[in-house]
Structures are given as C-alpha cells and as structure tokens.
Ligand binder design. Structure first.
Ligand SMILES: Nc1ncnc2c1ncn2[C@@H]1O[C@H](COP(=O)(O)OP(=O)(O)OP(=O)(O)O)[C@@H](O)[C@H]1O
Length: 326
C-alpha cells in the first residue's frame, strides 16, 4: 500500500535550512495499522504531507495506493483518505451538508454522497446530527466528523495526523475503537502519526519510531520493547546488604544497566519472570534477604530512551522548533 524510499524534505527560509525529513524508507502492507511515533518536530507531519501529495519531497520516491507519488499525484489522491491534524470543517456548515459537499468534491452523485454520508454517520456514532452546525459538536464528535469526511469516497488507505490530540481520555478511547473497527470491518489500511506512546501501543500492529527526521526503530510494540530494553526490575533490600546484592545482580545472566538507588537495586534483564528464580537462589546462597521486588514490562518510552538517550518528553521539551515558512 505504501512503499517509500529515501523520502526527504528540506525547508529553507531567511537563510536557515531545516532538514525536516532526512531520507526515510517506509513499507506498509494492505490491511496493516501502522503508527508513526515521535516527539514534536520529529518530521511526522512533513512525511505524512509528502505521502498524501500535499508537499513535494526534495528527494526520494514512493508509491502510495499503487500510484507513483511524483508521476501520478491525482491517482494517489483518489485512492487515499487524509484526516489532518486540525480537521477542516467549516464552523457555520451543517454536518450533513459538509458530508455531501465532500462527497461531491470526490465526484459522487448527490444521491451517492447522501447515502455514503448516512452510512458513515451510522458507523461513526454521528447519526441524528445531520442538521447540527459543526461548531456545536463536541471535540470527539468533530473528530469523528473529520474521519467521516476523510472516508466519504471509500478509500482503502487512510492517513491520520495525530487523531486524538486534544481529546479527553474517554473520547480518545472511543475514537480508538472506531479506528480499530475501520480496519476490522472494512479492511482499511491505516497509517497514523502520534506522539502518544499509549496510543501507538494500544492501536498499532507496527510502529515506526522517528526522531530528528530519521527512522530510528521499527517493529511491533512488543517486539520493539523486547528487543531494545528488556524488563525493568527493582528489588528492595536492607541498607547494609545493597552493595552485596548489586554484585549478585551484576553476575546474573543477561542483567544490564544495574544501579543502586537508596535501598534498592535496579536493573534490566531480557525476561524478568524467568530471571527471578535464579536471582532468588543466588541471593539465598549469600544469605541476602530481599524485602520487595517489582518487575515491569518495558514501555515504548524505554525504547525511545534506549535508542536516542532521551525520553520522548525530554525530546519534546528540547526539540528543534522552527516556525519559518518555506
Ligand atoms: N513549512 C515549514 N517551514 C520551515 N520549517 C518547517 C516547516 N514545516 C515543518 N518545519 C520544521 O520541520 C521539522 C519537522 O516538523 P513536523 O511538523 O514534520 O514535525 P512533527 O513530528 O509532525 O511534529 P508535531 O508532532 O509537532 O506535529 C520541525 O523542525 C519543523 O519546525
């Protein structure tokens, strides 16, 4: 559905050049739900705008929905749906009119646009809202209307830019459910950008992690977490046995990143559950009593930290922000 090679985009303004995307390769198969995860300014929106023909790449090539991005941008546009970050609904327009207008823009007849609008309103919990002005909708309803508008021409590939930014937790969970259903019931291929780790984790089959314009990792949420970080373990000890316990931990098969913090020893191992019996035996053999133990599965933030040396939050706070227009 998507095959991009060396896609890059540079912006220049007032003598300053920003390499927003530095040559990314992207492959998305039919029916996949792929997340593009990275901090603010990483290059997610720029990549998405290139893949949806809204921005011309400065280098690279791609086929999207079977059409060549550079040679046949119109073909790409006809085959994809794009749900932009801010949405594009006119505040004084009625919900039903917006859907019909969008359908007509994609070449549907008035009757087809009406039928398709009613079908999407049903699927996206917007039924009965046709006569409402879009400015009177809740944030979640407006987001679902944005999605309906992106789907009006029944595309098999849909791009979402930050689908749940600005929504409350309940509306986010509700929207995730709708996105999942799009794929499960209609076989739509989905490519979404997000800077929410939990969103990428909960929704996506596969994640591409982007940082400073480059893809730094790729895989299923579980594979990424297992490959990069391992499980985190923290054991609580009597103050006078912490040093001896840290030595035992260091000798443990596969243990790494061992640190002592107050009365605890923290470390990582590939599999926390299978390492624990061995650790207990080793501590017992040295008569070191353990007071508490916690094992936590790695999060995507651990993955990001391991790959870039920063947490996603650090990256966002210190991220490069250029406001110049191209
Ligand atoms: N039109 C432009 N002119 C100049 N620089 C730009 C332009 N658009 C984007 N950039 C810069 O390119 C980099 C990547 O921006 P982009 O919007 O793709 O990031 P992002 O990962 O989508 O971030 P966010 O999550 O905040 O949307 C940033 O440094 C941004 O300031």
């Amino acid at each position: 559905m998507i095959k991009a090679r060396g896609l890059a985009r540079r912006f220049s303004a007032r003598g300053r050049t920003v390499e927003a995307v530095k040559g990314v390769d992207i492959d998305v198969a039919e029916g996949e739900l792929v997340g593009f995860l990275g901090p603010n300014g990483a290059g997610k929106t720029t990549t998405l705008r290139m893949l949806t023909t809204l921005l011309r790449p400065t280098a690279g090539e791609a086929t999207v929905g079977g059409c060549d991005l550079l040679a046949d941008p119109l073909g790409v546009r006809q085959r994809i749906g794009y749900v932009a970050q801010g949405g594009g609904t006119a505040p004084e327009c009625k919900v039903g009119e917006e859907m019909e207008l969008q359908g007509r823009l994609y070449g549907l007849s008035k009757a087809e646009a009406h039928r398709r609008g009613a079908e999407l309103a049903e699927q996206l919990d917007l039924a009965g809202l046709g006569q409402r002005l879009t400015k009177t909708l809740s944030g979640g309803q407006r987001r679902r209307l944005d999605i309906a508008l992106g789907l009006i021409h029944d595309p098999k590939l849909v791009f979402f830019d930050e689908p749940t930014t600005g929504l409350d937790p309940q509306s986010r969970a509700n929207l995730w459910e709708h996105i999942r259903r799009l794929r499960a019931e209609h076989g739509v291929t989905l490519f979404l950008t997000t800077h929410y780790l939990d969103e990428a984790d909960a929704l996506c089959d596969r994640i591409l992690v982007i940082d400073s314009g480059r893809i730094v990792a790729e895989g299923s949420p579980d594979a990424l977490k297992a490959r990069v970080s391992g499980d985190g373990v923290e054991i609580g000890l009597e103050p006078d046995s912490v040093t001896a316990a840290a030595e035992v931990v260091t000798a443990l098969d596969g243990a790494h990143d061992v640190s002592v913090v107050d009365g605890t020893v923290r470390f990582r191992v590939p599999r926390g559950d299978t390492a624990m019996p061995e650790l207990l035996r080793a501590l017992d053999a040295k008569d070191i009593p353990m007071l508490s133990m916690q094992v936590h599965r790695p999060t995507l933030d651990d993955v990001f930290l391991t790959l870039t040396g920063r947490t996603l939050r650090d990256a966002e706070e210190g991220g490069e922000v250029a406001t110049d227009a191209a």
